[in-house]
Design a protein around this ligand. Structure first.
Ligand SMILES: [Fe+2]
Length: 310
């Protein structure tokens, strides 16, 4: 964070304005995928019916290698039922635990596909790991828009901004529309804590700074999370919270926890976590904007698993 964080000031203005003017507050629907604990959001402007879809899920059976569209079709159904025009399909980052349904949704609903500019760094790392050929472009060209910190983004008449919040991966973005912030894999519910920071290019200190930056937004900012795993003593899934609640209650990063304390906790915990079940298929597909690797000459796409390389 620089001395004057202009993006954060702008984000604060947008949130304050939305609190004062109802027309600047988006309608939000969350779709929870129990197989991957992921929440997909459809965010729309009630005045113009323009919408963004954030972090979609393509169903994937790892054992049989079959994809299906049940989760994505719920989103399509909702968009059609409410007569929404999709202007954006957004990824908060290249997910390692589920495959994105962005191409499937884009084909049916339109909209521009956007992700953080540093996806290029992620493509570099995983392009090497999977020994992808030169046909795999490492320039983000699989996406329609690459966002930088502070870029404006709107849905209809609702103002928004993109914030770069690296740490979980180098490319993580948070998207703010009106008074709602979609924070991807940074914080989770206050009783669960935070995202892991041990993937290639991840960094616990950077994650701490990104989270504390988000938590310096106005207290009443609504935060929408990318995942939920329940937590000891809680039987229901939940994915919405506020800056105030996180600052008071987050078990990893509430006010008073120092960067040093966080980094020690996070790195210790990450050592014990298994790799996500779908990391190999997810990463290979998501760095291609949700498209499967080019089919081989028999017309079939293959997902690789690097042996003894990770
Ligand atoms: Fe993630």
């Amino acid at each position: 964070m620089t001395d004057t964080d202009h993006s954060l000031l702008r984000a604060t203005e947008i949130i304050r304005r939305a609190k004062a003017e109802k027309a600047q507050r988006p309608s939000i629907a969350g779709f929870f995928d129990e197989a991957t604990n992921t929440v997909t959001y459809v965010v729309h402007d009630p005045a113009t019916c323009e919408a963004a879809i954030i972090d979609s899920v393509l169903d994937f059976q790892a054992a049989s290698g079959r994809t299906s569209n049940g989760s994505a079709d719920l989103v399509v159904e909702y968009v059609r039922k409410h007569d929404l025009t999709v202007t954006w399909i957004l990824e908060t980052h290249a997910h390692a635990d589920h495959i994105s349904a962005a191409p499937y949704l884009q084909e049916r609903l339109g909209g521009k596909l956007g992700i953080g500019r540093d996806i290029i760094r992620v493509q570099e790392v995983f392009g090497k790991l999977f020994n992808a050929g030169t046909d795999f472009e490492r320039d983000g060209s699989q996406f329609d828009q690459l966002f930088d910190d502070g870029d404006c983004i709107s849905i209809g008449s609702i103002e928004g901004i993109a914030l770069h919040v690296p740490g979980h991966t180098p490319a993580d973005m948070a998207f703010i529309f009106g008074d709602a912030a979609f924070v991807g894999d940074t914080v989770f519910m206050p009783d669960f804590g935070t995202a892991r920071a041990d993937f290639p290019g991840g960094d616990a200190g950077e994650l701490y700074r990104s989270i504390r930056r988000l938590l310096s937004l106005p207290n009443e900012t609504r935060l929408f999370l990318c995942h939920d795993y329940k937590a000891p003593g809680r039987d229901e899934y939940a994915w919405e919270t506020t800056v105030k609640q996180q600052r008071e209650e987050n078990v990893h990063v509430r006010d008073g926890v120092t960067e040093e304390e966080f980094v020690a906790m996070r790195t210790g915990r990450d050592k014990e976590l298994p790799m996500p079940k779908l990391i190999m298929p997810s990463v290979q597909v998501n760095i291609r904007g949700g498209r499967l690797p080019e089919p081989e000459e028999n017309g079939v796409s293959y997902i690789k698993i690097p042996v003894n390389a990770v």
